[in-house]
Structure formats: C-alpha cells, structure tokens
Design a protein around this ligand. Sequence first.
Ligand code: DOR
Ligand code: ZN
Length: 434
Amino acid sequence: MKIFFRNARIVDPSGKYDGLFDILIVDGAIQEIGSSLGGNPVNYEINLRGKLVLPGLFDMHTHLREPGQEYKEDIASGTAAAANGGFTAIAAMPNTDPVVDSADVVKYVIDRAKQSPTAEQAGLVSVYQIAAITEGRKGVKLSEMKDLSEAGAVAFSDDGSAVTDSQVMRLALEYSSMLGKPIIQHCEDHALTRSGTVNESPKTIEYGLKTQHRLAEELIVSRDIMMLEAFGGKYHATHLSTAESVEIVAAAKKRGLPITCDVTPHHLFLDDGVLSSYDSDYKVNPPLRTKADNEALVGALKSGVIDAIASDHAPHALHEKEVEFDSAPFGMIGLETTVGAVMTGLYHTGVLDIHAIVRLLSINPRKIMGIPVPEFDLGARADLAIVDPDYEWTVDPDKFKSKSRNTGFKGRRFKGNAVGVVNGDRFYFSDRLK
Ligand code: DOR
Ligand code: ZN
C-alpha cells in the first residue's frame, strides 16, 4: 500500500523536515520525504497544498464508555470520532461499567480496540487505557496498581471524582513513582461542591442554579502539590478551569516540582454566561467559569504553564441530557471540535504558533504518559494528522461520527479542522480533504 502526499507543509518538532515536502508512505512507514518525488504508481496520490501535516494528535482524556455504556459511545464510534478529529491515539478514562480497576478489564478494552469495529478500521486509532486509582473509583481502597500497570494501563485516574482521602493519595503517589506512571487527578473537593452544578458567580446565582465554588478545585490542586513535594510521585492535574489553579501550578513549577496539567477547549472558550439558556449541554465538571478564567487559561498556555490540551470527550445520550438541568449528567463531547476550537481561538488569533499547538496536542500528552512520540524520519512508522488551517465550518453535531451530540460548541463558526489521519498502515481521509 502506497500513499503519496504532494506539497505537504510538514510541522516537524525536530526541525529536520519542517517545511514543504512530498511524502511517500509505503505499508505504513515513511519511505521518502523530499522535493518533487513521484513517478512510481501509488494507491493514493493527494495534493496537500495549503494543508499542514502534523505528528498524529493524542487525546489524553477521552471517555469511550465501553464497557457498559455503549448507548453513549463505544470503541468503534469513539475511535471513528477521534480519527475524524485528527487524533491517531487516545487514552480512555476508566469510569465505565464495570470500572477499569482490574487487569481483566484493562486487557479487554485494549484487545477490543485492536479488533474493533472491522478488520479494515481496527487500529486506525491507537487506544491506551487509564485505570482507576481506587477500587470502584470509590476513593477508599487503592486498586492493584502494579497489576493494572502490567496489564497495560498507561496512567491512573478516578476521573469523574477526585481522590480526596490524603492517605490514599499518598499511597497512589508512591506507587506512581515506583511504576513510572502518572496519577491524573480530577481536582474537586466533593465536600465543598455537594450538589452544585455550575460555577458560583453573580451570573449563575442570578440564574438560580445550584453552584459550586471555585475553591473546590483549587484546594485539591494545592493539597496535591504539597503531597507531591512531601512524598514525590508522578502527578498530572486534568481539566483545570480557574485562573488561581494555574497560578498555583505555575508557582509549583517554579519551585521545580514535576507537576503537569491540561485544559479543555470548553474551559478555554466558553464561560458561565452561556448558562442563561439552561441548556444542559453546557453542564460540565468542572463547570464553565468566567471570561477572566478563560483569559487566564489562554495566558497559561502561552507561558507554558499548561502542558497539554485534552478534549474530556464525555458523550451522553439525548434522553439523559434532555431533563431538568440539575438531573442531567456532566459532560460534553470534544474529539471532533478540538482542532476547530484550537485553530480558531489560538492559531488564527496569533496566540500560539503551530509548533506550540503540536506540543500541546501531540507531543506533551504522549510524554506525560510515556508513549512514544511520532517522528518524521525515513523508515519511521507513519503517524500523522492532516489539518486544513483555512477550512471554515459551522459545528453541526449531526455530522459527527460520535454517537452523542452533546456539545456546547454547536452552531459555532470555526476556521480550521482536521481532514485526515494516517496511523501506520491504517488511514482515514475525510470528505473535507479536497
Ligand atoms: O464533565 C465531565 N464529564 N466531567 C467529568 O469529570 C466526568 C465526565 C463524564 O464521565 O461524563
Ligand atoms: Zn474529570
């Protein structure tokens, strides 16, 4: 199988092939990168004039919902959505049914992803599994982290909930050092958030919604940093949402602590003003904050305090979201809007250049999880995303490959989107690639 890309603007973090090249891929490996290649017959020849070729994107925070909640999403639909969004690899969160807290379930998901859904599409997106920190994600008893690690888990998280018990957290951090795999904390002091569903601000109080205070996040970030300092560990704070959280992380990094963190597109570009609509697609955890928080998070991307952008793709069925705001589940989908949101809000605005975006969406999240980073090198396995930076589109969830439709970006105009991926000998080219 030969794929030939002409006039590709390669974005190569190593700098070696950073520029306009032709690329010849043979049986899933990069055979040639050069100028004016060609001549030999190939299966696909595509002119990529005006398109960017990036190292395949990696989403370190995806909810695939398999096993147990396949009506929301499954490995087949979730990986199809990922490929459609430019991701060649994802890490799946363990808050499934059953919870991924045993070696058997870790192996089950990894094996399923290799076969699913058809032989042709299997392996299009590499699926990595995150295992639970505690049994049943109950926060009480540590899971068998060593067994889970040996079964293939790349990281540990009770996402959806925080580990608030300090003794459990201490043990988790100590094991993370031993295993060399990160603890990914969903930072929330549940005693403080209680049944709150939205950010506590003058706006949301006016809307009459049940609120959670921003300190609920910041208290856990602060405590975890103190624990990291005392006990060591590999620690990552996911979906940070407040200006103070990133300030706290910045100070810790300044002291030399090995903390990393990520942010979602919705916390970067949506604020709690949208809740005047009472639309539960805007109900996420942590909640959407204020415009000032959006700006602080963008600033922290620019300064390098935030290491990664992660989608927190959280699919939920229509019937679950179409209930009273208080009863709806938290979460919005993100795999198919991340590139559009990032290109529109960070690239075309001049906040970040394309190399910074590649670090945030491809290189750093892999490094955090100890996953090999794609390289543009002769003989290397092809692992790349094709992005059309000028593709203008309106977000229409009905066009998504995901089974779910719950996105707060619906109806938005974006400039820029993924148009294809190559992952070894598997590839996907969207209709948008013209
Ligand atoms: O919005 C969210 N949805 N936040 C979480 O922490 C969990 C996630 C989910 O699983 O739906
Ligand atoms: Zn979470």
